[in-house]
Design a protein around this ligand. Structure first.
Ligand SMILES: [Zn+2]
Length: 670
């Protein structure tokens, strides 16, 4: 399903129970002034909804429901289960998690529970069911919000026991487990299941047997997901037709969001970039969240209207930035713009987190004015709800690969997964070519270009999927340190890049990590990508031999000077490129431009630098999003195409100039 809402939702987390009642009425006045049409209730209120083990009290929430509904505002109903009440942790201490140093954590934080605790699971799913039963006839509920920013990790004895059950199911025999984890290494062979321990720091940690740590990550992901599913099951019993989500966190390592998305009706996520994050990195996270459900639009569940409180430096969003970044989310597939939070907390650690309503309590603030202006604009975007972002290029992103790569002891502590994803994503971004960020197991046939940065782990079926794609005419790019291990972190014994070796037509003999102060160079050879001269490269240099691939670039320095570092191999009707090192941004932009030019997927329009461009499409039409991230005017040349701006109704053709931080949402009219 592509369309869940019939209006463009604008609002966010609302915690009125932190304030006296007279303030609630003032909130309603201010919400209407700001164009708020949805609030998320009551994310962290378990202790108020269930004051003791056998007592539930929804009366205060009933009152808020009534008030919100009377004011024509819809509700995103949260199950409140992300922070258990203190009475529960006191009576059932096993609800609290054990950290990786073996310490039982005490009550006091949030998302502070053992995901395998039967007590937690019982009370959480029971509360979700009771809320669903109690509010099932309220038409104002448009979406369910289970938990909040899931992500507990636990090493307690309950989890250890459940881990062993999970392993038994997966491996059947202890012999299979010994083999899968290569426990011969350092003499760690086990003879009984109860000799198997979670990889806490007091039991060898994660590095010694990376296969064990990988399985623990998979197990923990499944355990946390089960908590979500138990609540979902209870909710479905009473409200089978209301979509269900939980708010994800972008490139959040502990959970495999591709597995989560299968269980969510609509993806929602919380976008909290640093004020100085490159724009392409923010775009990448949106593209990943959209990719989780193969391009279905998503909810921007949280962002801050102005500043955060938990970063090292919580800079303000400058005037115009909140609007611009909201439209950036929409440009990448968001169908809602929502904030944390509606009113700034009176106390507690989020008291300085930005909000629609500041501590001063009235509408005469810069942030409120900017929010109200955006709230007045967004209804104009109703027709784009459910439209799809058009992408002809894809980047493969794999949580298991991420864990495996960063668990690896060597080759370099500086080799991290997400920066390599961003290295490629930003090159597409700088050429204004839209990218889907998807799972390696997804259908690749609709893309002209597919990139798999550092595909260290090649899971079962992935090499076949990629080869099928290239055979049928696709262009594939992968990089250094790819095709190294299988899903148990067993190294390929057939020469790197293992299963991808025939596809790429190369053999990687050695892997040379560089010190941070060192660099090498790519000297371009004859090629049809329009690249010439020399480019800088750093981080890792694979020493490769061509086994049929054409050499497009060679190393400038070191004992492997003159050996290949950029190759292309013809495979079936397609091509497979190997980039054996981490090139400079200058190379990346030119290389990806050359590839996109060959595949004819560069946008037909021309842009000034700092203009971002995406396209969404549905049965009503084609919509171009043009965003000016510059602190000065900038232009797009729309050639002969004619458009109308949904925000201003102004018509555009030829050169369109945007002011600083300006936005156009252009519907094609010819
Ligand atoms: Zn536990």
């Amino acid at each position: 399903m592509d369309k869940f809402f019939d209006k463009f939702y604008y609002g966010g987390d609302y915690n009125p129970n932190q304030f006296p009642k007279e303030i609630w009425y003032e909130d309603m006045r201010l919400f209407k002034l700001a164009g708020v049409n949805i609030v998320t209730l009551p994310v962290f209120s378990w202790a108020s909804l269930q004051p003791s083990e056998n007592e539930y009290d929804f009366s205060w929430l009933d009152e808020i429901f009534d008030l919100v509904e009377q004011n024509g505002i819809d509700i995103c109903l949260a199950t409140s289960t992300a922070a258990q009440p203190a009475w529960m942790s006191k009576r059932y201490p096993e609800v609290c998690p054990v950290d990786e140093n073996g310490v039982r954590v005490k009550h006091g934080w949030r998302v502070n529970f053992c995901p395998n605790s039967e007590v937690y699971r019982h009370f959480a799913s029971k509360l979700a069911g009771k809320l669903a039963e109690h509010y099932k006839d309220r038409k104002s509920i448009k979406v369910w919000h289970i938990g909040n920013e899931y992500g507990p990790v636990c090493y307690c004895d309950t989890c250890a026991g459940k881990f062993r059950e999970w392993l038994k199911k997966k491996y059947k025999t202890i012999e299979n487990l010994n083999k899968a984890w290569n426990l011969q290494f350092w003499g760690h062979t086990v003879y009984d299941w109860d000799e198997v321990l979670p990889p806490s720091n007091i039991a060898g940690g994660k590095i010694v047997h990376q296969a064990r740590a990988l399985d623990y990550f998979r197990f923990m992901n499944d355990s946390v997901l089960e908590c979500y599913l138990l609540e979902k099951e209870e909710i479905r019993k009473h409200t089978p037709n209301i979509p269900i989500t939980t708010n994800l966190m972008g490139t959040y390592k502990p959970l495999d969001y591709f597995k989560w998305a299968k269980e969510m009706d609509i993806v929602s996520w919380d976008s909290y970039p640093r004020a100085n994050d490159p724009m392409s990195n923010i775009a990448m996270r949106h593209d990943l969240m959209r990719g989780l459900k193969e391009g279905q639009s998503f909810m921007l569940m949280e962002q801050t209207p102005s500043q955060q409180n938990w970063q090292a430096y919580n800079s303000l969003k400058k005037p115009g930035i909140m609007r611009l970044w909201s439209y950036q989310a929409i440009a990448h597939g968001a169908d809602t713009v929502m904030f944390f939070q509606m009113r700034r907390s009176h106390g507690g650690c989020e008291k300085f987190h930005g909000a629609l309503i500041a501590h001063v309590g009235h509408e005469n603030t810069r942030v409120f004015r900017e929010c109200a202006e955006l709230g007045a604009e967004l209804p104009k975007l109703k027709e784009i709800i459910g439209s799809r972002v058009k992408a002809k290029a894809a980047i493969l992103f794999d949580w298991e690969n991420w864990h495996a790569l960063e668990l690896s002891s060597g080759p370099s502590k500086d080799l991290k997964y997400v920066p390599e994803i961003n290295r490629y994503h930003s090159a597409f971004y700088n050429n204004n070519v839209t990218v889907d960020v998807i799972n390696p197991s997804f259908d690749l046939s609709k893309y002209d270009v597919v990139v798999a940065p550092v595909l260290y782990m090649v899971r079962e079926g992935v090499a076949e999927n990629i080869k099928e794609y290239v055979k049928n005419g696709g262009t594939f790019i992968t990089t250094f340190f790819s095709g190294i291990v299988d899903e148990n972190d067993y190294v390929t014994m057939k020469g790197y890049p293992g299963e991808l070796r025939d596809l790429l037509g190369i053999w990687a003999e050695e892997i040379d990590p560089l010190f941070p102060e060192d660099k090498n160079g790519i000297v371009m050879q004859e090629n049809d990508l329009g690249l010439s001269g020399e480019y800088e490269c750093k981080l890792i240099c694979d020493i490769i031999h061509s086994e049929g691939a054409k050499v497009l670039g060679v190393y400038k320095d070191n004992f492997y000077m003159g050996m290949p570092c950029l190759t292309v191999n013809e495979y079936g009707k397609g091509k497979a490129y190997y980039v054996a090192t981490a090139p400079s941004a200058e190379f990346m932009d030119a290389f990806i431009k050359g590839i996109c030019q060959q595949k004819n997927i560069l946008p037909k329009y021309t842009f000034d630098k700092g203009i971002e461009f995406t396209e969404r499409e549905n049965e009503h039409g084609k919509y171009l999003f043009v965003l000016n991230h510059n602190t000065c005017e900038a232009s797009i040349d729309l050639a002969d195409d004619k458009f109308v701006d949904l925000l201003t109704s102004k018509e555009y053709s030829g050169k369109a100039t945007l002011p600083k931080y300006g936005v156009l949402v252009l519907k094609k009219i010819n």
